[in-house]
Design a binder for this molecule. Structure first.
Ligand code: FE
Ligand code: FE
Ligand code: ZN
Length: 275
């Protein structure tokens, strides 16, 4: 069975996200751990969390994805920016202990002129500082489009980060279809792309997929998401993605420019195309 959901707002609490997901035919979802621009996270209400966990269990949800604020930069040369990123991520992971067994996804960071090697080193060090053996969450590096000085648009960059992380048994990768397209990996040649992923990173590391179409052509290094079937990747290729034997068991999360009704339509469409 296809596990699919979309990005949801946390504003009405955790159980509400689960109910919203159910109401649109989803059995997973993603949410920001706090305001996407950073800042203080809301205090966690244990009853609200317990209600969501019960709902997820009763309805056989796939793992859910908590997304770190996308403004964090663990690869920054500025110690203040980097420290803020590390403290926020460590705090997020502490909060994730309320939801054991789920996923925490983050954008590896931007090297901002220091060069890719320095960026990779800083990100690796950051993970070595914040990961502890006690955590019950899988931490995911998201594949990036390579806009600006983003680290992680090449599979070999993600591999180097994973290789340097001591507790990398707690790590995985989230593949964003818009981002890999914009990074230059053709999803039209899905088997080739996955063979390259397997060679560099290992398919066993792949824990989730962000299912998005792209407004931009292959290799544009842009990162503008399009609705399913309305971009340069197209419905046929995205259908191949959800049905690929190496991917079909994973949680798929839509980050398409949609309101809830739009997400509901895309979920319905993709479920009808799932084999
Ligand atoms: Fe993301
Ligand atoms: Fe994404
Ligand atoms: Zn994106």
């Amino acid at each position: 069975m296809l596990h699919i959901g979309c990005h949801l707002s946390t504003s009405k609490g955790f159980e509400n996200m689960g109910k919203t997901a159910l109401s649109i035919g989803a059995d997973t979802f993603q949410f920001f751990t706090r305001n996407p621009r950073g800042g203080q996270a809301k205090e966690i209400n244990p009853q609200d969390v317990a209600a969501l966990r019960a709902l997820m269990e009763q309805n056989h949800f796939a793992p859910i994805i908590a997304h770190a604020p996308y403004t964090l930069n663990p690869a920054s040369a500025d110690p203040k920016i980097r420290t803020f990123a590390l403290q926020t991520m460590a705090d997020d992971l502490q909060r994730m202990e309320f939801f054991p067994g789920n996923l925490y996804n983050f954008h590896p960071g931007s090297h901002v002129g220091q060069g890719i090697d320095a960026g990779i080193e800083l990100i690796t060090e950051a993970l070595n500082e914040i990961l502890t053996p006690q955590l019950h969450t899988t931490v995911l590096l998201e594949t990036m489009s390579g806009k600006g000085s983003e680290v992680g648009s090449r599979f070999e960059e993600l591999k180097r980060i994973l290789d340097g992380v001591k507790l990398n048994g707690k790590m995985g990768v989230c593949l964003d279809t818009c981002h890999v397209n914009d990074a230059g990996y053709s999803l039209a040649r899905l088997d080739d792309m996955l063979a390259e992923f397997d060679k560099q990173i290992g398919l066993s590391r792949l824990k989730a997929v962000h299912l998005n179409d792209s407004l931009n052509p292959l290799g544009a290094h842009k990162d503008r998401h399009a609705c399913i079937g309305q971009g340069t990747i197209g419905l046929q290729t995205l259908t191949n993605v959800i049905n690929h034997p190496a991917l079909k068991h994973l949680p798929f999360c839509l980050e398409t420019p949609n309101d809830l009704a739009g997400y509901e339509k895309e979920i319905k469409l993709l479920r009808s195309l799932a084999r």
